[in-house]
Design a binder for this molecule. Structure first.
Ligand code: GUN
Length: 297
């Protein structure tokens, strides 16, 4: 029987741990706070930021909302980040991506104080993670790692094949899983749109992670019998039977791949809930560092 890795359940377990920590901090008059910055009105980004604010509220954390119009200038956004960097109530700053094309994404991410970069996107945190120093870990890769570990699939010594090389998932996930650290020590191969013999490489994976952004890209024939499959895809495909007019599908052809996999994450209900949970994790860790700084003064 193929095991369905329940991301909602694992996320709830981690959120219960975080909630206890938030309670303890709040008793000491420290309320972890996350600034959620959205530019424009991309429908998916609106949904994600709403979910992030709700997660804060559910955990007793503070969220500070900044919904800027799509006409917002880069300067205005940079000014806001500067203000948030200096605000002692803000432990984490999240700028939802993608940004409108006019705005230079890397300039914006570079402007965030690395100590408040709870997305783990600042080059300082990316670099620190790569060399194995303490850093905010990017949320989706960290969520994938937690899903594996908490389901009993330690990647140590395993061949992990990642399909996709984005800065948000593929690249940082590869760096994270090859670290000399608990939950890592994997042999990692990264495939992408220019990879030759991609199917045969995928078929060698003990753990296959799909993060390419193409609905149903990973077919049954690309998966080894008994592999563990993590689907990071969240693609909206039109569906007239749904009130919203679309449904969410992953990068994995679930129906056929689940016949071969030992374990697989569903979409929705797999990686998605974990990403937001790890964002909360980072924000609370940042608040704990605020406590330490206060104690030193
Ligand atoms: N857009 C898609 N994924 C993410 C994420 O993890 N963080 C932010 N800020 N934007 C995203």
């Amino acid at each position: 029987m193929t095991r369905i890795i329940d991301g909602k359940k694992i996320a709830a377990e981690i959120r219960a741990e975080i909630a206890d920590e938030v309670k303890a901090l709040t008793k000491r008059k420290i309320v972890p706070g996350l600034a959620v910055v959205l530019v424009g009105n991309d429908p998916a980004s609106e949904v994600y930021t709403r979910m992030k604010k709700k997660a804060c509220a559910d955990l007793g954390m503070a969220s500070f909302d900044f919904d800027l119009p799509s006409s917002c200038t880069e300067k205005r956004l940079l000014n806001l980040i500067d203000k948030l960097n200096r605000d002692p109530k803000v432990d984490g700053i999240l700028v939802q991506l993608p940004l409108p094309e006019r705005i230079n994404e890397s300039k914006v991410l570079n402007a965030i104080d690395p100590d408040k970069d709870v997305d783990g996107f600042h080059p300082m945190n990316v670099g620190k993670m790569l060399i194995g120093d303490d850093a905010f870990l990017p949320c989706t890769p960290h969520g994938c790692q937690q899903l594996l570990m908490r389901s009993g699939y330690d990647p140590a010594g395993k061949h992990v094949v990642i399909v996709g090389r984005s800065n948000i998932v593929g690249k940082p996930l590869a760096a994270m899983l090859m670290r000399k650290a608990p939950g890592a020590n994997a042999t990692v191969t990264v495939c992408h749109s220019r990879t030759k013999k991609l199917a045969s490489i995928c078929k060698q994976a003990d753990i296959l992670i799909a993060a390419i952004g193409v609905p149903g890209f990973i077919k049954g024939r690309m998966v080894k019998e008994g592999a563990v499959v993590i689907d990071v895809g969240t693609n909206r495909v039109p569906d007239k039977t749904k009130k919203s007019g679309f449904r969410l599908v992953g990068d994995v052809d679930f129906k056929n791949v689940s016949k071969k996999a030992r374990a697989i994450t569903p979409v929705p209900g797999g990686v998605g809930p974990m990403t937001i949970t790890m964002l909360m994790r980072n924000t609370v860790d940042s608040a704990k560092r605020r406590v330490k700084r206060k104690a030193r003064r």
